[in-house]
Design a protein. Structure first.
Length: 431
């Protein structure tokens, strides 16, 4: 049994009157407290055992950001329930944010009722734990009693929003690209390259009989070798910057999910590295199963807290595929992340850095006084110096202020010679 505001007020008044009666030695105060004390003790004698059947139905365990979570709740009253509160407690595990929803209703004896609770997921990808569901009976005398409590262990994964890169253009020389694209090397493939003289070891099925008859010798058709791009998505989780409307890790998750989806749609291989002072790796693979694996890890993205010093600033070479392209998502707020990207660029990897500026998120919180302005300018100069250093080492750096991924990549200039990047002409949401 739980005291409501009304019954708690009765309790305080009863205690006050008893105290005044003892202090003043007058019986009138005891008489004034008697009705309040009786109303508080009434539930101990008048309450009846109430019961109901409670069942939760939820078919979806995975959703895309923007689609609401719908919980269907079925109630069947065994006794008449004049007024009850149905309370649901949940939590977004990534941020620890709790959410509660309360529905007030009344049920007749034997009545069946089906309710639907909706939880919006816009701007909040992550793992939602559905938590406990309880039913409280509101008594006429101002107390509440829990008549049913249902614990839920179900978790619903909300994938980050995906931007579709519909018309993809590859920058730089097209013969140097892989994937659904051709390589600069000769080999087994679909695209015609040239006609050359037959040599020992050439396949007989490639002989061009028409040209061979014309020139009086065996000639064969050669083709460009078909290969795949190896794209690595590298996310810096060392720091978290967020406001009520913008969240750094959510922007990282959306950008990485969009790149993973669009590369895998083109049958390329995609891997994921989550860097939080240590390295958590998903090796590059292709296919829908790999996309689901990456999306689940992005949905669970969170800042890592530890009392152990994590000083790993170099990614082992065997994790990164040869001639692969590395997409880094960072705000450059931590020296360890900067040193890691500096190491990748100096080792000659094709690095595309998507810089998510923390200044846009914290602009309203940094203050407008002279001291805050000086500190802000020094901070900006430090970040600009880091970006220029990375650019001088051959990395491609593009800044985003919360725009969609396609608009960000369309502003990018790729400096490397081994790979290009994707640009966007139209974008949309994957529903």
């Amino acid at each position: 049994m739980t005291l409501t505001v009304k019954s708690r007020t009765y309790l305080y008044l009863t205690g006050l009157f008893v105290f005044l009666g003892i202090l003043a030695g007058r019986g009138e105060f005891f008489i004034m407290s008697l009705p309040l004390a009786i109303s508080l003790c009434t539930p101990l004698f008048a309450s009846e055992k109430r019961d109901l059947n409670l069942k939760v139905i939820n078919k979806a365990s995975e959703l895309v950001e923007g689609n609401d979570i719908n919980l269907k709740i079925q109630l069947q009253a065994q006794e008449s329930l004049p007024l009850v509160n149905l309370i649901h407690h949940g939590q977004l595990e990534n941020t620890g944010k709790n959410f509660t929803q309360t529905v007030q209703l009344s049920l007749e004896q034997g009545e069946d009722r089906e309710l639907s609770l909706t939880f919006p997921t816009k701007n909040y990808p992550g793992i939602y734990r559905m938590g406990d569901l309880s039913v409280e009976l509101l008594e006429p005398w101002g107390t509440t009693s829990v008549i049913k409590n249902l614990s839920q262990s179900q978790k619903i994964t909300v994938f980050p929003r995906i931007d579709l890169l519909e018309n993809v253009n590859l920058i730089n020389k097209p013969r140097l690209y892989h994937g659904n694209y051709t390589s600069s090397f000769m080999g087994e493939g679909l695209e015609f390259s040239e006609i050359k003289e037959y040599r020992h070891g050439d396949s007989l099925k490639h002989i061009n009989w028409k040209k061979s008859l014309k020139w009086g010798g065996l000639l064969v058709n050669d083709r460009y070798l078909d290969r795949n791009i190896d794209a690595i998505l590298l996310i810096d989780c060392l720091t978290q910057v967020k406001t009520d409307e913008k969240d750094y890790l959510h922007q990282c998750a959306r950008g990485a999910a969009s790149l993973a989806y669009n590369y895998i749609e083109r049958k390329d291989r995609v891997g994921l590295i989550i860097y939080d002072g240590t390295i958590k790796t998903t090796l590059p693979q292709s296919g829908e199963a790999q996309l689901k694996t990456i999306l689940r890890q992005l949905a669970a993205l969170r800042k890592s807290y530890s009392y152990v010093a994590r000083q790993v600033t170099k990614i082992p070479r065997f994790i990164l595929p040869p001639q692969g392209i590395v997409y880094g998502f960072t705000n450059l707020c931590d020296d360890r992340a900067y040193n890691m990207f500096l190491d990748l660029a100096s080792r000659g990897f094709q690095l595309v850095l998507i810089y998510i500026s923390p200044f846009e998120m914290l602009n309203d919180e940094l203050g407008d006084d002279s001291n805050s302005q000086v500190a802000k300018d020094i901070w900006k100069m430090k970040h600009e110096s880091r970006i220029n250093t990375l650019k001088n080492l051959g990395a491609s750096v593009v800044e985003t202020k919360g725009e969609r991924l396609g608009h960000v990549l369309s502003r990018m200039e790729v400096k490397g010679q081994r790979r290009g990047s994707m640009a966007l002409s139209q974008s949309g949401d994957l529903k």
